[in-house]
Design a protein around this ligand. Structure first.
Ligand code: 26Q
Length: 818
């Protein structure tokens, strides 16, 4: 019986009712009559799990037995969003579950609200990883995601007097029905200590004598494919104290010390670092990185490969995709395992390693490129540092062979830099080790090749490639915008959800007045839903008849929320100065969503300013309610799913050459918002696809940005020359948004006038002019709707399924299905 495959419960309403009540009674230990909403949510989640279990077990066995090449996605972040609805959708259980719960007198919507989303990521990079594993499961690609099970995900943001205050995200506190811990499968992960050489039967070898270790306990999560019966695995590691370690101290009677050891070990997976640029070289962060990749590599080698597997054939079985530099310490770890533990010859091990890794870069900001001080690396991972040095020595030798003793070039290409302190450049290590290096949008990949790593591109022709990001249409259309999804299905038939280029078929419907009316009605309904959600969530409202102008993303100077603020202040100043008749102002609601890294002072000031401007503008009777600033705190995936489908205008206004790709931009276009944006990241590709007539372009191009920098950028000149800009900045400086206090926002103003690294002032005039065109275009609602439909019709390219196909073809060379 134990060998017989389990089977899924019956997919009937009555079957579901039975399973649900059974879970309520036997898992939650409560009768329906005494159950809390949380009990019911957990019982429902367990019921959905049960339906997926048979396929999951089958797929785990199938993937192991197929022995085909697979992908291991290594990512320090997975920003999953809520699981219940996704898993219901994937397994076709939404209707059955809804009816079954109704029979029990329960509104399933009430239970949906119970789920706390796992916020195990900061923003774009983490959400991208979540979209990718969804696509891999949906496309039956043999794959596994590896990461960290943070006990606290991205902080919960609150506002106190308009300023950001962070609260811990205790996402596990009410139970976590989607995870399967396997403490019995824990791995030991070691740290620190020293290295030594020894004589191994006449061969001199190195080994690492670590000083301490922790246990890495795997927590498995189901990743169901959409309507294909597949269930892949996401394996997140939790750190716990090693028993033996505890016991020794415990027996010595030093209980405090024993507890300290426990806390120390468990700290590793305790909390997600909330910085997503200019990372500090924190030791705990390096511990996290090594902890999860070492556990993942060991997991693959011991649990996936057969015991007698010929390691020379590793490249035929695995490709580790490095999601940015965060998991790059996997490279020396892999070498250490092959050379020190498996006793493989260095050159053979290196040849294999270079085929088993590929690296995705997600940034262009120099300050965001990760480096680790040699000092810290040597203390925490002494053997890995030796290995990195040897990789670098051999690499630089090869560079000399190719280019001669060009010391400048050698210094520039060295994985180990000497300045400002001796440190390891993780992006260089990844580039040298990776079979391929990719950027995340065409423009980004081109700049990566030509501006960030040109020497490497010359040395490794063909290594650099592009894979433009994508987003999953399951979560971001089907779940987030069910009414649009139904309208599309009615027009095009089913099938578009897994073949998003089919949205092209909507182009002809854009010419049909009746379809346009229905499309507009869906948008209006989504706005009403958003209004209801925001009212309940934050007491905020989105008035009827307003254009919804949305800027949601992490707060960063390069993303230029300040430009948006200046636009709002300009509109406001026009009204209160009497130069603009309020009756001529297009009613707009500006929605912001943005978290700032807790230590990013300027970003926090900008949040404060947005809230301050909102308080004044929203309350000023002269505005007659035509400008409305709404800034719900704690923007997350759950809120994104409500905001994006309601949006009319998508703000993608980063300085050209700074946003690697953006993925929010894609979600908006797919939900029928028009974009106002710069020629940056994937905006470039969105505009090419949707057409100039359906996209509001403004601002300098990347070469123009370069040129202005080169000639010497003086923001104050723009302030002097542009009257509207001067009025807006003066109004902020006057204290109009800070109760007359001129000091509150002085640092923001000074920064704009005298520094302005991201050239907000240089692009201001062009932005304001383009916003004028937006207002004019919005005046013709029917034409606007036509453009919105064309945005949907022409954005099918941005499905993460297409991204996966590109990775498979250009990088992974894995079979398309198993
Ligand atoms: C690194 C070291 C120490 C602490 C934190 C970090 C860290 C964490 C997160 C560094 C960067 C991140 C996240 C970066 C990120 O989200 N980048 C975005 O990736 C998206 C997906 O490719 C792109 O669309 C965005 O353009 C890019 O900004």
């Amino acid at each position: 019986l134990a060998l017989a495959p389990v089977s899924a419960p019956a997919s009937s309403v009555d079957g579901f009712v039975r399973e649900f009540l059974k879970n309520l009674n036997f898992t939650q230990g409560v009768p329906l009559s005494a159950s809390s909403p949380n009990d019911r949510y957990l019982a429902l989640a367990h019921t959905v799990r049960d339906y997926l279990m048979a396929r999951w077990l089958e797929d785990q066995r199938g993937q192991r037995e197929a022995q085909s090449k697979g992908v291991a996605y290594l990512s320090a972040e997975y920003l999953l969003g809520r699981q219940l609805d996704n898993n219901l959708l994937a397994s076709r259980l939404t209707d059955v579950a809804t009816e079954a719960l109704a029979k029990c007198g329960i509104d399933i919507d009430d239970l949906r609200q119970q789920e706390v989303e796992p916020g195990l990521g900061n923003g774009g990079l983490g959400r991208l990883a979540a979209c990718f594993i969804d696509s891999l499961a949906t496309m039956s690609v043999p794959s596994i995601g590896y990461g960290i099970r943070y006990e606290y995900g991205i902080f919960r943001q609150t506002f106190v007097d308009g300023q950001q205050v962070e609260q811990p995200d205790a996402w596990l506190s009410l139970g976590s029905p989607w995870e399967f811990p396997h403490p019995e499968a824990a791995q030991t992960i070691s740290f620190a200590g020293h290295t030594e050489t020894y004589d191994d039967d006449g061969v001199e070898r190195s080994r690492w004598i670590p000083a301490w270790n922790v246990q890495a306990v795997p927590y498995n999560y189901m990743v169901p494919g959409y309507h294909n019966g597949r269930v892949n695995t996401l394996r997140l590691w939790r750190s716990v104290a090693t028993n033996a370690f505890d016991l020794r101290i415990f027996n010595s009677g030093d209980y405090e010390e024993a507890v300290r050891a426990q806390i120390f070990a468990e700290n590793i997976s305790k909390v997600l670092y909330p910085e997503d640029s200019t990372p500090q070289g924190k030791e705990l962060r390096l511990q996290q990185q090594y902890f999860f990749v070492a556990a993942s590599i060991r997991d693959f080698l011991t649990n996936v490969l057969a015991e007698d597997f010929d390691l020379e054939k590793l490249p035929e079985r695995i490709i580790f995709q490095l999601n940015d530099t965060h998991p790059v310490i996997a490279v020396p770890e892999f070498m250490r395992v092959l050379v020190d533990e498996k006793k493989m010859d260095w050159d053979a091990a290196w040849a294999i390693t270079q085929q088993c890794f590929a690296y995705t870069c997600h940034t262009l900001l120099p300050e965001a490129l990760e480096v680790w001080s040699v000092d810290l690396l040597g203390r925490l991972l002494p053997r890995h540092l030796e290995i990195i040095y040897r990789i670098n020595d051999e690499f630089l030798l090869a560079v000399r062979e190719r280019f001669g003793d060009d010391e400048m070039r050698i210094r520039n290409m060295s994985i180990v830099s000497d300045f400002p302190e001796r440190s390891v450049r993780m992006a260089y290590l990844a580039t040298v080790a990776g079979a391929k290096v990719n950027g995340v949008a065409e423009l980004h990949s081109q700049l990566l090749r030509d501006k960030v790593l040109p020497d490497f591109n010359e040395f490794y022709p063909g290594k650099f490639t592009n894979v433009t990001n994508g987003v999953t249409p399951r979560r971001f259309i089907r779940l987030a915008n069910p009414q649009l999804a139904d309208l599309i299905t009615e027009a095009l038939g089913a099938g578009w959800t897994v073949d998003l280029e089919r949205l092209r078929g909507l182009e002809s419907f854009a010419e049909d007045p009746e379809f346009r009316a229905r499309f507009a009605e869906v948008k209006a309904a989504n706005k009403r839903t958003l209004n209801t959600v925001l009212l309940a969530r934050d007491g905020l409202s989105v008035p009827d008849g307003h254009m919804l102008d949305v800027m949601v993303k992490r707060l960063h100077e390069y993303k230029r929320q300040m430009l948006k603020v200046l636009h709002i202040v300009t509109s406001y100043e026009g009204i209160i100065s009497g130069r603009v008749d309020v009756k001529d102002v297009t009613p707009r609601t500006f929605i912001f969503g943005a978290k700032a890294a807790p230590g990013y002072v300027m970003a926090k000031r900008i949040i404060h300013l947005i809230n301050a401007v909102g308080s004044v503008v929203n309350a000023d009777p002269r505005v007659e309610g035509r400008l409305n600033v709404v800034f719900p705190p704690n923007y997350n995936v759950t809120l994104a799913e409500r905001v994006i489908p309601a949006a009319d205008l998508s703000e993608q206004i980063s300085l050209a050459g700074k946003e690697a790709s953006g993925t929010g931009n894609m979600k908006f276009a797919l939900n029928g918002a028009l974009t106002i944006g710069t020629d940056d990241g994937a905006n470039v590709e969105i505009r090419e696809l949707v057409g100039d007539d359906n996209f509001f372009l403004f601002g300098m191009t990347e070469p123009e940005v370069e040129a202005l920098w080169a000639e010497g950028y003086r923001p104050s000149e723009f302030y002097q020359k542009d009257e509207d800009l001067r009025r807006a900045i003066d109004l902020i400086a006057s204290g109009a948004f800070s109760g007359g206090d001129r000091t509150t926002f002085e640092p923001v103003v000074s920064n704009l006038l005298y520094d302005d690294r991201f050239m907000v002032l240089a692009d201001y005039a062009s932005y304001i002019a383009e916003q004028g065109k937006v207002d004019a275009a919005y005046g013709d609602q029917d034409a606007w709707t036509r453009s919105a439909i064309l945005n949907v019709a022409r954005s099918g390219y941005f499905s993460s399924d297409r991204s996966m196909r590109d990775y498979i073809q250009r990088i992974w060379h894995t079979p398309p299905a198993y």
